[in-house]
Design a protein around this ligand. Structure first.
Ligand code: AMP
Length: 395
């Protein structure tokens, strides 16, 4: 039975039709700029790519294109379930959930924690329910994997009422990716989960690092929001919380302006003054661009510190996993990070590291090293599998 995986952003809708067992994807696509005159859907029919203009179209029209594509493939009646990526499940969701009116209310209750993402996820679920009324819909949460973190990892050193009354604690994100690559890494290492301690580094436009003990998240670098932790494409990662008051007084900026700048104009982009794109930064650094060089160096330094911190959560480190666009492609970032982590027992194999790009996964350290691996993440496949498990009553 095919599973449809849906990921709705504020003006975008990403979809993929998958076989959760084989991973086969006969249809996928991305609708962008929804709600504007420039709205369009790019469809990939298993290799053949077309673009469908959709001026003024929103989620319902985008689902209309998807339904027509399913009809053309004769697969509409073969879809067994729809899995939805939902960013924030708060403390309520530690596992995927079958969408019911009560679950929708609970996702709505998490809107204050993810005001940009959860409303779009909700609107996407509702539009999908109209497009696929007879099917089970399952919500898969980015935060759920991290609900196993112990209190020592998830509490901030702030007054208890902030936690009990306002939910101020660390939640973590990218859970689907961390869970998936940890499982793949265990398989590649030929190890069983119960006694395996891994650090997983998801390095894409957003970046986070997770300590995974026996297949469970025990600490992660993102917190109440996805702004905490390591340096990212446009997000700052950790800064002094005193910065807000200081900048408000010195530069007359509002809290909203400061937060927007920390989210959208900081990180690699802010440091380099050039771009948030790691590939372009590496090229610019090689040409002698000082801002680009510094941005990559700070990215690596903070990443290595975060990985070393996660080793504390684990007690013993059995492997480090790199994934995401940067983790899967940048031998430079991986090599420089491992070079800073010699104290944890990492020794990079330069040739293996250089080979592990563009979809080639593998171990990139020498045989006498603690292993570091490149694993290609596949959040769609993980969402499809979890959706299937919920529908089958296994979760
Ligand atoms: P993602 O959000 O997972 O798609 O990752 C996006 C990030 O991956 C961007 O910073 C890209 O520049 C980076 N990336 C993709 N390919 C490469 C590459 N060949 N070398 C360095 N960075 C890359």
């Amino acid at each position: 039975m095919w599973t449809l995986v849906v990921n709705c952003g504020s003006s975008s809708l990403k979809f993929a039709l998958l076989d959760p067992s084989s991973g086969e994807v006969p249809l996928s696509g991305l609708a962008e700029r929804l709600g504007s005159d420039l709205a369009s859907v790019r469809v990939d029919r298993g290799g053949e790519r077309v673009s469908v203009p959709l001026p003024g179209g929103s989620y319902p029209e985008a689902f209309g294109v998807l339904l027509a594509e399913l009809d053309a493939l004769g697969l509409r009646s073969e879809v067994g379930a729809v899995g939805h990526r939902v960013v924030h499940g708060g403390e309520r969701f530690s596992a995927p959930a079958l969408v019911t009116p009560e679950v929708l209310d609970a996702i709505r209750a998490c809107v204050p924690l993810a005001p940009l993402h959860n409303p779009a996820n909700l609107a996407g679920i509702e539009a999908a329910q109209e497009a696929f009324p007879g099917l089970p819909h399952v919500a898969v949460f980015d935060t759920a994997f991290h609900q196993t973190m112990p209190e020592v990892a998830y509490r901030y050193a702030v007054p208890e009422e902030w936690y009990t009354q306002h939910g101020v604690r660390r939640y973590g994100f990218h859970g689907t990716s961390h869970a998936y690559v940890a499982g793949e890494a265990a398989r590649m290492l030929g190890r069983d989960f119960p006694d395996l301690n891994l650090v997983t580094a998801h390095l894409g436009n957003g970046c986070s690092v997770t300590a995974v003990q026996g297949g469970r998240s025990v600490d992660t670098s993102m917190g109440l929001t996805p702004l905490e932790g390591v340096v990212m494409g446009t997000r700052s990662g950790d800064v002094d919380p005193g910065l807000h008051d200081y900048l408000a007084r010195q530069a007359g900026l509002s809290l909203t302006q400061i937060t927007a700048t920390l989210n959208r104009e900081s990180g690699l982009l802010g440091l380099s003054g050039l771009t948030n794109d790691m590939r372009e930064l590496e090229e610019a650094a090689a040409r002698g661009h000082e801002g680009a060089r510094l941005a990559v160096e700070i990215f690596v330094y903070r990443l290595a510190k975060s990985v070393a911190g996660m080793a504390v959560a684990l007690g013993r480190l059995d492997g480090l996993v790199f994934t995401g666009g940067i983790g899967e492609n940048s031998a430079t970032v991986r090599g420089a990070t491992l070079a800073r982590l010699g104290l944890l027992g990492f020794k990079v194999d330069e040739a293996a590291n250089a080979r592990a790009v563009r979809g080639r996964a593998g171990i990139i350290t020498t045989p006498d090293s603690v292993p570091a691996l490149v694993v290609n993440t596949n959040e769609e496949l993980m969402i499809a599998r979890e959706t299937q498990s919920v529908v089958a009553g296994e979760l």
